[in-house]
Design a protein around this ligand. Structure first.
Ligand code: PLP
Length: 393
């Protein structure tokens, strides 16, 4: 028996464990100080009432013979897929229900989709990036090339003719940088992918934070995207489902490479290896799209957006270069005085008791940068911003 030795090549990530260790040590040594955590990558507000009501009533249904549900369709119930298709329609994107596949979240699908692609494909990943793209391809033994996201391109790299890649990852709004592509920029990637017969894996997990109708929430707002892109989306950040688990993936029927339809391949893959998301959770997700559900999730999203604005405003006031914070829960800032990411982490913790995430943990180009998030409470964010305001003076 031989194991998959590619696992030896996955870089160990000590990022969040090192952050946690440093914070606990500081708190143990300074019990009188209040530490504010702005490094949180998870939502903190509870599920909205519409969702919990739907979860409760679906649970009740499961307890009665007449309304009990066993195995459902692997690719999701039509009641939810129709609502997702309507959501796209409200943003001028037309999708058929059988192009939408409901799953237990974006992370699993981002990993699982690689079942459809040959091991010898070259993968293009922006640096810095959400680490899952790199690790899942490393596990499969694929060659990864990086494209630089940095201050000179405002963390939004664009394709150039020298690039050769079969699988291209794009995350917009981006984790960790919060940067968002506009339609013209995204069109360049779509044209590039169509010309080179590449596939774009578009991660739209944070689309719900976009507040400008001119910015693309879906790659399918771009002409030509249906022949070159798969899109991943999630209820995690949109409706606080990080612990409830539900998302979806769009695989258009126009995605045909050689004789092979990626839509049919993904259907085959899912029906073989996945038995669907629970009926109860899909009922909860459906409630997100009711008018009342939309109102309630918007209140939560606005709460995070206001936190993000407070953080972004104080950085702007002090002339600190940053991306994100407007259409994203993430604020990606340049460490003052050319400090390195970890030095700035220690400095902030020791001087103003604020915790963030060192940018270098997301890739080489993250060195000298730092990620703050808006997922904390309003009170704590306000206090952190006041501390930052004094400190940055
Ligand atoms: N994609 C990005 C860019 C993320 O930051 C995250 C989670 O933080 C995910 C996907 C995972 O989302 P889900 O909770 O739906 O698995």
């Amino acid at each position: 028996m031989k194991v998959n030795e590619n696992y030896k090549n996955i870089a160990q990530s000590y990022l969040f464990s090192t952050v946690g260790k440093k914070v606990s040590e500081y708190m143990a040594a300074n019990p009188d100080k209040k530490v504010i955590k702005l490094g949180i990558g998870d939502v903190t507000l509870p599920l909205c009432k519409c969702v919990t009501d739907a979860l409760k009533s679906a649970s009740e249904e499961m307890g009665h013979k007449e309304t009990f549900h066993g195995y459902g369709p692997e690719q999701g119930y039509d009641f939810l897929k129709t609502k997702i298709a309507d959501y796209y329609k409200s943003h001028d994107v037309e999708l058929d229900n059988d192009e939408i596949f409901v799953s237990d979240g974006a992370k699993s699908d981002i990993g699982n989709i690689l079942d459809l692609f040959d091991k010898d494909n070259t993968v293009l990943v922006p640096d810095p990036v959400y680490p899952v793209y790199v690790d899942t391809n490393t596990m499969a033994g694929r060659k990864i090339i990086y494209i630089d996201a940095n201050e000179s391109n405002d963390f939004l790299p664009l394709p150039d003719e020298n690039l050769k890649a079969d699988i291209i990852y794009i995350c917009s709004p981006n984790n960790p940088t919060g940067a968002v592509y506009n339609k013209e920029q995204l069109k360049k990637w779509v044209d590039f992918a169509n010309k080179n017969h590449s596939i774009i894996l578009f991660d739209a997990a944070y689309e719900c934070f976009i507040s400008d109708d001119n910015l693309p929430r879906s790659i399918y707002s771009i002409d030509g995207a249906k022949t070159c892109a798969i899109e991943f989306c999630s209820f995690s950040k949109m409706a606080g489902f990080t612990g409830t688990r539900c998302g979806w993936t769009v695989v258009p029927k126009a995605l045909v490479f050689g004789e092979m339809s990626l839509n049919k391949m993904w259907l085959r893959r899912q029906t073989t290896k996945f038995n669907g998301v629970s009926y109860i959770v899909q009922k909860g997700a459906e409630a997100v799209f009711t008018p009342e559900g939309q109102k309630q999730i918007m209140q939560n999203l606005d709460y995070y957006k206001q936190n993000a604005k407070m953080i972004s405003d104080v950085l702007t006031k002090h002339g600190i270069y940053h991306t994100g914070g407007t259409h994203s829960p993430y604020i990606w800032l340049k460490c003052p005085n050319n400090m390195k990411s970890w030095d700035f982490f220690d400095y902030l913790l020791n001087n103003v008791q604020i915790v963030g995430t060192p940018g270098v943990g997301f890739g080489r180009n993250g060195e000298g940068f730092f990620r703050l998030t808006s997922f904390g409470s309003k009170e704590n964010t306000k206090e952190a911003v006041e501390r930052l305001d004094k400190f940055l003076k």
